[in-house]
Design a protein around this ligand. Structure first.
Ligand code: COA
Length: 260
């Protein structure tokens, strides 16, 4: 499949999606959101892909937000549709993928860009990265899940401050508050992400998928996360990966997981 605004590279079970509008600091326009959604769906269905990495092209930005030029003249109804469609098609979709998704934040992650990174399963940033939700400085609020996922990650008080001030925090501060897991130089960012992806790939994909589902249930008020965990735990016992994992341990060898 050919895309205009993103690039996809597949290498040894790891797929890297690069948002590729560097002249607009990789701002998310309608077509980018659509293409990202299609790309994630395609990679989720590719059994060879065990981890997906999301990053931005160029040295300046991961994603500098939703494309302001596209929604500047929207009506309230159009605004609501923009947020609802985006959340369903992309942001919630990524969060609920069975394949682990890591955001490699290589520069500005602002507004919809930070919301996109927050919908990934976890985040690693380069030391030049700057993160924030500047929407109230434009007279709007975060609409791609930012008011929900930021407090989940950094706590209510810090999220309130970030949203109200519309300010940016550095990668170091983002690590301190739990928004990102690691900081490294821009040159080493992808290498570090790949090293972590390779650790993930040693484990059972089917168990990882179950773990993602159970962790996400903690943040879904319509679900009892403990109950989801109990059921997902039980389901693991029917998988080849469980047999292989336990047998390999007892036989003192490395497991060879098949992913089902
Ligand atoms: N939407 C649309 N275009 C954007 C954009 C966005 N969110 N962010 C950056 N761009 C465009 C700029 O308009 C500019 O395009 P141009 O060269 O055609 O004029 C280009 O990307 C480069 O950005 P520029 O502002 O010149 O870079 P800078 O280094 O001076 O500033 C930022 C970088 C990130 C501080 C600044 O671009 C910015 O504040 N962007 C908007 C951030 C934001 O509010 N995001 C939330 C949106 S809801």
């Amino acid at each position: 499949m050919n895309f205009d605004t993103i690039l996809i590279d597949k290498n040894d079970g790891i797929a890297t999606i690069t948002i590729n509008r560097p002249q607009k600091l990789n701002a998310l326009n309608e077509i980018t959101i659509l293409e990202l959604s299609k790309a994630f769906e395609m990679l989720e269905n590719d059994r060879k892909i065990r981890v997906i990495v999301l990053t931005g092209s160029g040295e300046k930005a991961f994603v500098a937000g939703a494309d302001i030029s596209e929604f500047a003249n929207f009506t309230p109804g159009e605004g609501e549709i923009l947020a609802r469609k985006g959340q369903e098609m992309l942001f919630n979709f990524i969060e609920n993928l069975s394949t682990p998704v890591i955001a490699a934040i290589n520069g500005f992650a602002l507004g919809g860009g930070l919301e996109l990174a927050m919908s990934c399963h976890f985040r690693i940033a380069s030391d030049n990265a700057k993160m924030g939700l500047p929407e109230v400085s434009l007279g709007v609020i975060p609409g791609y899940g930012g008011t929900q996922r930021l407090p989940q990650l950094v706590g209510k008080g810090k999220a309130m401050e970030m949203i109200m001030t519309a300010g940016m925090i550095s990668a170091e501060e983002a690590k301190e508050v739990g928004l990102i897991n690691h900081v490294t130089s821009q040159e080493q960012l992808i290498d570090l992400v790949i090293t972590i992806a390779q650790k993930i790939m040693k484990n059972s994909p089917v168990a990882i998928a179950a773990a993602i589902k159970a962790v996400n249930a903690n943040f879904d008020f319509s679900k009892n996360g403990f109950e989801v965990e109990i059921e997902a735990f039980g389901d693991c016992f029917s998988t080849n990966d469980f047999k292989e994992g336990t047998t390999a341990f007892l036989e003192k060898r490395k497991p060879d997981f098949v992913g089902f």
